[in-house]
Write a protein that binds this ligand. Structure first.
Ligand code: SF4
Ligand code: SF4
Length: 72
């Protein structure tokens, strides 16, 4: 399984990742970060294909997707 790291303190809750993920891995979380934004949450990690579209499209560099081999 791939792993996803989210630097939640940088998220601005723009929802681009939620809308762009073809597998609907993300949902908007309920917990605000220090800036008051409700940080994206990984809801269905098992459905992630590792395409990294979310990592490429996040304007705030919040997301890092690691391949299964790298994360062990
Ligand atoms: S694209 Fe980045 S900044 Fe926007 S909601 Fe997703 S993680 Fe947050
Ligand atoms: S790597 Fe692809 S499938 Fe996985 S969460 Fe990001 S956009 Fe969705």
């Amino acid at each position: 399984m791939h792993s996803i790291k989210l630097r939640g303190e940088w998220c601005k809750a723009c929802r681009i990742c939620i809308q762009i993920c073809p597998r609907r891995v993300y949902v908007q979380g309920k917990e605000p970060n220090a800036k008051g934004y409700k940080v994206t949450k990984v809801e269905r990690l098992e459905d992630c294909t590792g395409c990294k579209l979310c990592e490429l499209m996040c304007p705030d560099l919040v997301i890092t997707v690691e391949d299964a081999e790298e994360s062990n």
